[in-house]
Design a protein around this ligand. Structure first.
Ligand code: FES
Ligand SMILES: [Fe+2]
Length: 384
C-alpha cells in the first residue's frame, strides 16, 4: 500500500494523525494482517483452558488457524490447525484428548504435531508418514496469558513486554497466581485503529466520560510511551461531595493501564486484572473482548458454572446470569465507559469518509500515546 500521504514526525508538535484512507480501505487491513498481526505477539487465550495434559483449543490469528496444546509433559505448543492432508481442522473449540484427530478424514497427530496415523493411505508413493508434521509457531506466556507469534524469527515476548512485569510486581501483583473469571465482548462498527486511538489518550475524558472523569485526577492523568507499548496512569481522586463513586474507597491507589502493540490492553488494579483484545473482523468492524482475572484464592466467581471455551477470534455471547456478584460493579462501570467510547468510535468511523476531512493535528500535551501508535503502525507497514 502507498504510505506517502502520512509524513512521520518524531516531534508531536509537528505531527498529524493518520490519513482517513488508512482507516477506511480494506487494502490497509490486508497489509496490516501480514505486517502487523502476523508478526507481533498475539494474545490467544488464557491457561485456564489448558490445565490438564491433552487440553487444547483452536483460535485464529487474523485468518491463520492455530491450535494450542498441552502434552503429557506439560509442554505448551502452538500448532497449525490446518491438516497436511486437505486442510481440514484438527480442533474446533476446546477439547481434551491424547492426540488430535482431523475432523475431515481422521488423520491423527500427536500433541507435538507429528503425524501418527493416516487411514487407508497405503500405496501412496513419494510420501513418508514419518516426515509429516504440523508447522509450529512461537508460544510464550506471561502470568495466565498465552501469546503466539507467527513470525519464524521473532524477538522474545519479554522484549515486547519491557518493564511491564517488573511494574506489576512492584504493585504487589503476580499474574501467575491469577485465574480467569469472566468475558464480555462488543462488536463495534469502526476500524481497529479508531478504537486504539481512542484508548491511547485521556484527552476525551472530561467530555466523553463524565462519570469516569469524577473518579480520576485528570490533572495527573499521564501517558508514557515505551518501545512496544504505552502506559497510562490515572490516579484515583479523593471522594468529593456525595456523588456515587465507583472507586470511592480506593482513593490514593493507582491503577496501571497498558496498551501493548498492536492490539492488547491490560488494566492492572489492586484487586483484579483485565485484558481487552482488539480483533479486526474486517476493515470497519472490530471485536473487543474483555476478560477479567482475579487472584486464585479470591472467592470471586467461585460459585459459577465453569465457562465454555469460545475463541477470542469470534464474538462471544455471554450466558445470562453469569456475572460474578462481586465483579458486577466493576463490569457495569467498564460497560458504561465502553458504551460511551463505542458511540464516539462509530461516529468517527463514519466521519472519516467525509469529503471534508483527511487528517488532523494532535495535542502535544495529551495525545502522545496516539502519536506513538501511529508511528508504530507506519514503521510496521514500511518494514520489509
Ligand atoms: S483433511 Fe485432515 S484428514 Fe483429510
Ligand atoms: Fe474512552
Amino acid at each position: 500500500v502507498d504510505l506517502s500521504d502520512y509524513k512521520v514526525e518524531s516531534d508531536i508538535a509537528l505531527a498529524t494523525t493518520l490519513p482517513s484512507r488508512w482507516y477506511t480501505s480494506p487494502e490497509f487491513l490486508e497489509e496490516e494482517r501480514r505486517r502487523i498481526f502476523h508478526r507481533s505477539w498475539q494474545y490467544v487465550g488464557s491457561l485456564h483452558w489448558l490445565t490438564k495434559p491433552g487440553d487444547h483449543f483452536s483460535v485464529e490469528i487474523q485468518g491463520e488457524p492455530v491450535v494450542i496444546t498441552r502434552d503429557k509433559a506439560g509442554t505448551l505448543r502452538a500448532l497449525s490447525n490446518v491438516c497436511r492432508h486437505r486442510a481440514g481442522p484438527l480442533a474446533d473449540g476446546h477439547g481434551c484428548s491424547p492426540s488430535l484427530q482431523c475432523k475431515y478424514h481422521g488423520w491423527t497427530y500427536d500433541l507435538d504435531g507429528r503425524l501418527r496415523g493416516a487411514p487407508e493411505f497405503e500405496g501412496v508413493r513419494n510420501w513418508d508418514k514419518g516426515n509429516v508434521r504440523q508447522p509450529e509457531f512461537h508460544l510464550e506466556t506471561w502470568g495466565p496469558l498465552i501469546f503466539v507469534n507467527l513470525e519464524a524469527d521473532c524477538r522474545p515476548l519479554a522484549e515486547t513486554l519491557g518493564a511491564i512485569p517488573q511494574e506489576t510486581e512492584a504493585m504487589g501483583i503476580d499474574p501467575a497466581h491469577y485465574r480467569f473469571v469472566f468475558r464480555r465482548d462488543y462488536v463495534i462498527q469502526c476500524n481497529w485503529k479508531v478504537y486504539v486511538d481512542n484508548y491511547q489518550e485521556g484527552y476525551h475524558l472530561p467530555i466523553a466520560h463524565p462519570q469516569l472523569f469524577r473518579e480520576v485526577d485528570y490533572s495527573r492523568y499521564s501517558v508514557e510511551n515505551a518501545a512496544h507499548y504505552s502506559r497510562a496512569r490515572a490516579p484515583v481522586r479523593a471522594a468529593q461531595g456525595t456523588a456515587p463513586r465507583q472507586y470511592g474507597e480506593a482513593a490514593g491507589t493507582e491503577a496501571l493501564y497498558y496498551w501493548i502493540f498492536p492490539n492488547l490492553m491490560i488494566n492492572v488494579y489492586p484487586d483484579n486484572l483485565s485484558t481487552n483484545l482488539i480483533v479486526p473482523l474486517d476493515h470497519q468492524t472490530t471485536l473487543t473482548s474483555f476478560e477479567w482475572f482475579v487472584p486464585k484464592d479470591s472467592p470471586i466467581g467461585a460459585g459459577l458454572p465453569p465457562p465454555t471455551y469460545w475463541p477470542l477470534s469470534r464474538p462471544f455471547k455471554e450466558p445470562e446470569g453469569t456475572i460474578p456478584e462481586d465483579l458486577q460493579k466493576t463490569i457495569a462501570f467498564s460497560h458504561q465507559v465502553q458504551v460511551e467510547d463505542i458511540f464516539l468510535c462509530e461516529s468517527v468511523q463514519r466521519a472519516l469518509r467525509s469529503r471534508t476531512y483527511d487528517k488532523g493535528r494532535l495535542s502535544a500535551k495529551r495525545e502522545n500515546g496516539v502519536h506513538h501508535f501511529h508511528k508504530l503502525v507506519h514503521q510496521a507497514l514500511s518494514a520489509n
